[in-house]
Each structure stands twice: as C-alpha cells, then as structure tokens.
Design a protein around this ligand. Structure first.
Ligand SMILES: C[S@@+](CC[C@H](N)C(=O)[O-])C[C@H]1O[C@@H](n2cnc3c(N)ncnc32)[C@H](O)[C@@H]1O
Length: 323
C-alpha cells in the first residue's frame, strides 16, 4: 500500500492530472486489505476529486465486513461491487469461493444499511454445474436485492489458474446466456454492455464506460494496466519487485493507429457506445454497409451500433480484418 501510494502520487503529478472523473478499486480483492491502509490514498486523492465523482470498490462477501464497508463509505466510496458469482452454495463450492449464499445476501443488505445506493453483484455463468433451475434460483434472489447494477460473466479459464486444462469446469451455453439476459431485462435492468446491466443511466458504471470510450486512465498497483495518450503501461506483476520500485513499468506498449481502431471497434460494438464512422477507410465502410443491410449493425448519427452484443466480436473482426 505504501508502494501503491508512491506510484499514485507519481502518476498524478507526472501526467499533470487536475481532476479525476472516476476511481475504481479492484483487483484482486480490496476487502482483504484493512481500511486503515487506504487512508493515505484517500487523503492524497482529496485534491483530485469532488463529491460528484463515482468511487467504486470491489469486495468479496466473506471479507467485506460491516465495519470494512462502513469505513470505505466514510472515505467517500459511493459504489460497491460484490464478487458474489452465485447464490447457490454447491456452485460456490464448485468455484472454490470462500463465501456462501447468506454471506452474499448479508453483504448486500449491510451495504444498503450503511447508505450505499449503488450496489453491483458479479455473477459467473457457463459453469459445468449450471442448470436452468440453478440459474433461475440465482435470478430470483437477484430480483429481491436492493441492487442497481449486475455484471454477468461467462467463466473464462485462464492459463496458469487452477481450472486451466481441467475438463468438466466450463460449459459454453449461448441459450443460457440469452435466457439470463432476457430475465434481467424483465427485472428492469438495461443491458449496456455484453456483461453489464444497470437499472437506469445513472446506475451505469462510469469508470468502465470510460474504458470503453477509450479515455485515458491510470493503472495503479502491482499488475495494474494504465493507458494514457495511447501509451499502455504495465506495472510489475511481481509484488516484491513492485514494492522495491513502483514507478518502474514492466513494459510499455505504444498503441498504433491500427491497434486503437481494432480496440475501439470491439469496445464500441460490445457496448451501447458504438463506433464513429469517420474512423474507417473505404473498404471497411463497404463492409459496414453490408452489415447494415443484413441487420447486424444499426447506423445512426455517423455512428454504428450492435443489434446483438453476442455477435460483437465476430462483427468487429469482419470489419477490421484487413488490418
Ligand atoms: C476483477 S475480478 C475481482 C476479483 C474478485 N475479487 C475475485 O475474487 O474473483 C471481478 C469479477 O470478475 C469475475 N471473474 C473472476 N474470475 C473470472 C473468470 N475466470 N471468468 C469469468 N469471470 C471472472 C468475477 O465475477 C469477479 O467478481
């Protein structure tokens, strides 16, 4: 946390930051860290934030105690995102999570009691133990909770993680995904990105929208990634090396115009942000026209948008595959 403070101070000064638009404390699991260690960081941020900005913290139900949530709220955190994954105890055991259904519900209710009006739950689907009944039970619990945002992630098996190369862990089920999306929409959540649903525009996560709009962001902490003026910075993933020198990057990536166009297309079509027609060359514009004629995209006010987020990656790659 001292090293993180040093890097934050350096990045704010080095990039001549005047004001921040959003802060997102994520990871990893922020609720594993005692709140006293966040105080210097919030003291430093005071000069860069005002009451209107969105400050989110991620938290796991087992470690986000009432006191931890209360202290973070007192620091000015006004949005909490719980790593719930499911409200089914067998599924939570299958995913090797250290919380159960009641921990998750208690965490959400505690956050509401403390005063959080903006509460998100993360849910994972496409697991081997998923059944329509299990998913429907999870959705019924979600319907009863005072949350204004829900993120639903298809389980990905990352190299170097416990589940990698294990069979009988992940089952891709597009019908189940569409069923989840429909049900959440029935509950009054509006999908604004392939994995993200919000009760209304004010409940959308401004921080994530900043990423998807390709705005500058600072990445602070070991293993964090920042992107400023099309230069992506990767800090040291090795925590000990990071502590020794937190302002030394592990690597820097200068994004080419092609990199940026590919990323903007993917991010724009995976969300309601869409893509600016002016960015594309004639060959790409011809493909965009074909996609519009085939009702794969909608063109409006010199921007184009997905009809179906589930097709966003394929549609994007079709447009930019000449790069
Ligand atoms: C950035 S992670 C934060 C880590 C979180 N504290 C945890 O313990 O998983 C935010 C969310 O990503 C999702 N997530 C984590 N691992 C995932 C995976 N392998 N596949 C899909 N989603 C995942 C979970 O829903 C998690 O709550």
């Amino acid at each position: 946390m001292d090293a993180l403070y040093k890097q934050l101070k350096y990045e704010l000064e080095n990039n001549n930051i005047k004001k921040l638009e959003s802060v997102f404390i994520g990871g990893g699991t922020p609720s594993c860290v005692d709140t006293k260690y966040y105080k210097p960081i919030f003291d430093l941020l005071k000069d860069y934030i005002d009451d209107s900005i969105e400050i989110t913290t991620e938290a796991n139900p087992n470690s986000a105690t009432f006191e931890w949530l209360q202290n973070m709220y007192a620091y000015g955190v006004n949005r909490v995102s719980f790593g719930v994954q499911s409200f089914d105890n067998e599924k939570l055991e299958f995913l090797a999570r250290n919380h159960n259904k009641n921990h998750a519900i208690d965490a959400v209710m505690n956050a509401q009691k403390i005063g959080f009006e903006r509460i998100n739950c993360d849910i994972i689907y496409d697991t081997f133990v998923d059944t329509k009944a299990l998913i429907n039970n999870d959705l019924e619990v979600i319907k009863t909770l005072p949350i204004d945002h829900i993120s639903v992630y298809s389980l990905t098996l990352e190299e170097g993680t416990k589940f990698y190369n294990k069979s009988e862990v992940k089952v891709e089920d597009e019908d189940m995904a569409r069923h989840i999306f429909e049900k959440l929409t029935d509950f009054g959540f509006k999908q604004y990105e392939i994995s993200n649903f919000a009760k209304d525009k004010n409940s959308q996560c401004k921080h994530n929208i900043g990423y998807w709009k390709y705005e500058n962001y600072l990445g602070i902490g070991s293993g964090a990634v920042g992107c400023f003026d099309n230069k992506r910075t990767y800090t040291n993933k090795d925590v000990q090396k990071y502590i020794v020198n937190p302002i030394e990057y592990e690597s820097i990536e200068n994004l080419s115009d092609d990199d940026i166009l590919i990323e903007k297309t993917l991010l724009g079509l995976r969300s309601t942000i869409g893509c600016d027609l002016n960015l594309y060359n004639n060959t790409q514009l011809e493909k965009i026209k074909i996609l519009e004629e085939n009702k794969k995209i909608l063109i409006k006010d010199f921007r184009f948008y997905s009809y179906d987020f589930m097709l966003a990656d394929e549609v994007s790659l079709f447009i930019v595959d000449d790069i």
